[in-house]
Design a protein around this ligand. Structure first.
Ligand SMILES: *[C@@H]1O[C@H](CO)[C@@H](O)[C@H](O)[C@H]1NC(C)=O
Length: 98
């Protein structure tokens, strides 16, 4: 995950929306990462964390719609704050208007 974060930082647009997903949460008996550890890691990177199971349809919808909502909010903030279009103001999130 540290490598993926580095890769995103180096090669993706500034301010790109990220989230951390622990998949296969239906297989509790084979858990490799404790939830606390994953939550802590997500917090360190300032991103959301979901545990999902594609097999059992747990949190998949929630993870994708939250990501979509965050992207939408971020892009509407850019418009409102007059970010100047593509390339400008990236990676400088502003607080949502009241
Ligand atoms: C960023 O992209 C370049 C070119 O594809 C690649 O060589 C480099 O390893 C990437 N950086 C990271 C941290 O993945």
């Amino acid at each position: 995950i540290q490598n993926w974060m580095k890769s995103i930082k180096e090669n993706a647009s500034a301010g790109v929306e990220r989230l951390l997903i622990g998949n296969k949460c239906d297989m509790e008996g084979k858990r490799k990462v404790q939830r606390d550890a994953a939550e802590k890691l997500a917090k360190e990177h300032g991103i959301r964390f979901f545990e999902t199971s594609a097999k059992s349809s747990v949190n998949v919808e929630e993870a994708f719609s939250t990501l979509a909502r965050d992207i939408l909010q971020k892009s509407s903030r850019k418009v409102v704050s007059g970010g100047g279009g593509a390339g400008a103001g990236g990676g400088v999130p502003r607080p949502a208007p009241p």
